[in-house]
Design a protein. Structure first.
Length: 414
């Protein structure tokens, strides 16, 4: 392709981080190595971006900071107040984008973060091809799993459903869907919701990936010594499904096995109480919240990553564990289901809690009885990451969609 002028919207965009911030930063930097990229983001991200660019400049990258006038600084963060800040920021972004477009004349625009399908992107209103995503959030916990998780969790799921319904009926979201040349869905579930919004072309493209340095570092991890140790990592929330994994671990009845949980959250006390009631508290260790580097170090202690999330657009930790040669035991739900196959892990259908607990327990026993199975699957998992889940591969895929959009194969509806 010729070198393009690309305009990106990335509300979350910070180096050295995972999730939304890492997605924004890595897509922007990866594309800037091939094209001239202008990224509209917020000043809150400057404190990490500027030191990184002073150490490692990216020649094709221009950062343009855009803020909501008069908005209190504490609202401009990654918390509940950001839910109010974000739509206001989109309005300010549109004005900045129009001014930049008049000055530079962009070839294509892409909305990168926030990556949720029910939130609009006003970049779609520019008179150039528009790429929406990767976006997720279309995944839902199966109803059978909602009944036994407590009133607070049920209320949270119902509120999430209402917010998505409101977003799907937001006229700005519908305009975004109608005008985009192509939408990138992180999972098939999100893809179906985008199709229901009448997006003309939807492509499945997960947003979990690693840079080459991280892949090489994780790939250098040695296999952990026996006995078999299971690991879960993430925020301790009900929809992460860790309560299912702990019940399975107890049911598996493996006397010398260990279980490690890395992360913190509102359900930690409940999970700790569960381990006591199940009689496995002496074999389960809660490490709490750790810096990313320290958290990844815990992979050295493990043989299998257990990731029983009920709805998850990404599942970034699964890619990290696979790169480290650890197979993944997960549910056939959301993001993990798109990159865990029978060679590098096990996917369990989410029919009902009792069935999931029983099947998780059975696979835990098999990994304990045949630890070589974990090593064989881990080697296949590591190879899969090298082959398909680097940021370079992700940028290749997005660039191909740029080319198709510019060729008119995805023509936006006016």
């Amino acid at each position: 392709m010729k070198r393009l002028k690309v305009l990106m919207s990335a509300y979350s965009c910070e180096p050295g981080k995972g999730s939304e911030s890492g997605i924004g930063w890595n897509i922007a930097c990866g594309m800037a190595k091939r094209h001239d990229v202008w990224v509209l983001t917020r000043s809150q991200n400057r404190r990490r971006i500027e030191p990184e660019l002073s150490k490692q400049p990216v020649a094709g990258l221009t950062i343009v900071y855009c803020d909501v006038p008069g908005m209190p600084r504490q609202w401009d963060g990654e918390d509940s107040l950001a839910q109010i800040h974000y739509p206001l920021w989109q309005l300010c972004l549109y004005g900045a984008a129009r001014r930049l477009h008049r000055q530079i004349g962009f070839d294509i625009a892409q909305h990168v973060t926030w990556g949720r399908y029910w939130g609009p992107s006003l970049l779609s209103l520019l008179d150039i091809p528009f790429v929406w995503g990767p976006v997720g959030g279309g995944e839902s916990a199966p109803r059978a799993f909602i009944k036994g998780i407590g009133m607070r969790a049920r209320l949270s799921e119902y509120c999430r459903d209402i917010v998505r319904w409101l977003g799907e009926h937001d006229p700005f979201v519908r305009v975004t869907a109608r005008r985009c040349a192509v939408a990138l869905a992180t999972t098939p579930e999100t893809g179906r919701r985008l199709e229901a919004l009448r997006v003309r072309s939807v492509k499945i493209l997960g947003h979990a990936a690693l840079d080459h340095a991280s892949i090489e570092s994780l790939a250098a991890m040695e296999p952990a010594p026996l006995p078999v140790t299971f690991l879960s990592m993430g925020r301790l929330l009900y929809w992460k499904g860790f309560h299912l994994a702990l019940q399975a671990f107890a049911e598996a009845g493996i006397p010398d096995a260990r279980y490690i949980l890395v992360g913190d959250g509102p359900y930690r006390h409940s999970l700790e109480s569960l381990t006591h009631s199940l009689g496995v508290s002496d074999r389960v260790t809660f490490f709490g919240q750790l810096p990313r580097t320290a958290a990844l170090e815990k992979l050295k202690l493990s043989h299998v990553l257990v990731h029983p999330s009920l709805h998850d657009s990404g599942g970034w930790v699964c890619i990290e564990a696979m790169a480290a040669g650890r197979p993944v035991l997960c549910l056939d739900q959301g993001g993990p289901a798109t990159f865990v196959d029978e060679e590098c892990g096990v996917k369990i259908a989410a029919v009902n809690p009792r069935q999931v607990i029983s099947e998780l327990a059975g696979h835990m026993r098999r990994f304990s009885e045949k630890p070589d199975r974990a090593f064989t699957m881990g080697a296949a998992a590591r190879a899969a990451v090298v082959r398909s889940y680097s940021w370079e591969h992700k940028i290749d895929a997005i660039e191909r969609l740029y080319e198709q959009a510019l060729a008119g194969r995805f023509r936006p509806v006016s």
